[in-house]
Design a binder for this molecule. Structure first.
Ligand code: SAM
Length: 256
């Protein structure tokens, strides 16, 4: 069964980028996920198809009206219920939400589907959020103009984790953030580029040594670039081998 995504958005065309290109495009063509969009303008009743109004209390910008969003969400929920997905989770993409990370994406990828709500302008009437939204997610501590790009980031992260999306399922396991580590460095042809050699161990054909070197690089990079991640790795428990590899990396880093 494919992962069911329903997106509430004023700009449905933006999602073509995700549904047509690259890995997510292929996953879409292979029915690993289904993506439908719901435009709140289609749920308005006035001639102008109004979806926003000025904020109570004054101030700059406009706020999205609750009623068209409410009806769009209900229509998406009804569709998902028809597919056997009861109590579909509604996620509002907002800078005020829980920060997206690999762990959260992994958790969401286990669900049968999601309804994603994209805000615009100053945001959405708070009562709609209170009554219809199950979770608020942010893609980082910065503000973008609309929830569409944030929803696409979330969808891409989830789709990569769905069975069948990546040719080699191992790819996702060795990506950065799985097991609290950054990925190791990668090299391809030519063997020498502008006088710079590919590390010898990668040419050795010794798979155990290559695996060891990669783990050491992942540990070392995480130590150098993301001490917060390394602390999480240590808290989750390191093997004796990992401790030894990291210590060796630290020593060689001091010498260089
Ligand atoms: C200009 S923003 C509104 C920001 C809002 N006034 C605030 O400060 O919290 C318009 C929409 O973009 C989306 N958005 C902006 N930044 C985001 C982020 N970091 N993560 C997720 N969504 C974001 C939200 O859907 C938001 O409703």
């Amino acid at each position: 069964m494919s992962f069911e995504l329903d997106v509430i958005t004023l700009f449905p065309g933006m999602f073509d980028a995700l549904a047509q290109y690259g890995i997510t495009g292929k996953a879409n063509r292979n029915n690993i996920f289904q993506l439908s969009t719901w435009n709140p303008r289609d749920f308005t009743s006035d001639n102008y198809r109004t979806i926003d109004d000025s904020p109570y209390g004054g101030g700059p910008g406009m706020v999205m009206l609750p009623q068209p969003l409410d009806e769009a969400i209900c229509a998406a929920k009804k569709k998902q219920a028809g597919l056997g997905i009861n109590r579909a989770q509604v996620i509002y993409l907002t800078p005020q939400g829980k920060r997206l990370d690999q762990e959260l994406a992994t958790r969401l990828s286990k669900l049968p589907g999601l309804i994603l709500l994209c805000g615009r302008y100053e945001g959405i009437d708070e009562r709609l959020i209170k009554n219809q939204v199950n979770m608020e997610i942010s893609i980082g501590d910065y503000v973008i103009s609309g929830g569409e790009l944030a929803a696409m980031v979330l969808i891409d992260t989830i789709v990569r984790l769905l069975p069948g999306t990546l040719g080699d399922p191992q790819s996702a396991n060795q990506d950065s953030f799985s097991c609290h580590l950054l990925d190791f460095p990668h090299f391809t042809r030519p063997e020498v580029y502008k006088g710079d050699n590919v590390p010898k161990v990668l040419m050795s054909g010794n798979h155990a040594e290559i695996k060891r070197w990669r783990l050491q690089q992942a540990l070392g990079r995480t130590w150098l670039r993301r001490p917060d991640l390394l602390a999480a790795k240590i808290a989750s428990g390191m093997t004796k081998e990992e401790e030894k590899l990291l210590e060796e990396f630290k020593q060689s880093n001091k010498q260089n």
